[in-house]
Design a protein around this ligand. Structure first.
Ligand code: SAH
Length: 248
């Protein structure tokens, strides 16, 4: 049996809970974060995470709860993250085949990368739009008839696997991956240009935007890639403006 401190780990990922509704679960998640390397807890529009119930479930990791950062949206919670792993209890449209958790080590970028792992609502999990903000999605394979784990159990199993299965196959440039904030800036810029050149067909705007957003998620652009593409988009806008096809 490994003792605490024996496992060589990368910096602990930020654990993000989207709209958790039960203080018991949030407290139990804080406890399990304390068990596996003490990463930070981020909460998107949560229930009362400092209720006495939550604090008592957190036991010796009440500090994780007290220091939890609260965000209005998942996008805000991920702004500084470079690689985001979503989790799902079931198959999804956009991530039709979530990766089985034991393979998580194969998709992690190098150890300097700022990671987040995102968990969904107890009632309905993550929406497809939220999963589209993730670079990958993992699923904990289960044996029984029910595939859905309790939220805090899911966090425990995922953190256990990530600490015993540290990153492999790191690409040298991985720690230069763009942050979610940078990629969002790129998306907004790209959508402006798509609109200006008449690429967003009326009626299909949302699905075209989503396809480009998905593509950028899969591409995992670096900081340099984002700057290159934004430079190009800027040049397109300058050209359109000169041609009188874009307001200044
Ligand atoms: N009824 C919801 C289940 C939500 S369980 C649904 O069908 O999606 C709450 C959260 O725990 C999920 O959003 C996911 O983040 C995590 N979770 C539960 N079971 C999981 C599993 N088997 N694999 C990966 N994550 C799981």
């Amino acid at each position: 049996m490994r003792m605490s401190g024996e496992v060589a780990t990368s910096p602990a990922p930020a654990v993000v809970l989207v709209e958790p509704s039960l203080p018991e679960n949030v407290g139990a998640v804080a406890r399990v974060i304390g068990n596996f390397g003490g990463g930070e807890l981020r909460l998107v529009n949560p229930c009362d995470h400092l209720s006495s119930t939550a604090l008592s479930l957190a036991t010796h990791s009440a500090k994780v709860l007290r220091e939890a950062r609260i965000f209005a949206t998942l996008n805000d919670a991920l702004a500084d993250r470079q690689f985001v792993i979503g989790t799902s209890a079931r198959k999804r449209e956009r991530h039709a085949r979530p990766l089985p958790l034991p393979q998580v080590g194969t998709l992690l970028p190098d150890s300097g990368t700022r990671l987040a792992v995102v968990f969904g609502r107890e009632s309905s999990g993550l929406t497809n739009e939220e999963l589209a903000l993730c670079h990958a999605c993992v699923h904990v394979p289960t044996q029984g008839p029910a595939s859905s784990l309790n939220l805090s159990h899911a966090v425990g199993v995922v953190l256990y696997e990530m600490t015993r299965n540290p990153p492999v196959g790191a690409t040298p440039a991985a720690s230069a991956l763009a942050t979610t904030r940078q990629v969002n800036g790129l998306k907004t810029h790209l959508f402006e240009v798509l609109d200006a050149v008449g690429f967003l067909k009326p009626g299909a705007e949302a699905s075209i935007r989503q396809s480009f957003a998905d593509l950028m998620g899969r591409a995992r652009p670096t900081d340099l890639d984002v700057r290159l593409l934004r430079g190009f988009l800027h040049r397109v806008q300058v050209t359109l403006r000169r041609a009188g096809r874009l307001e200044s």
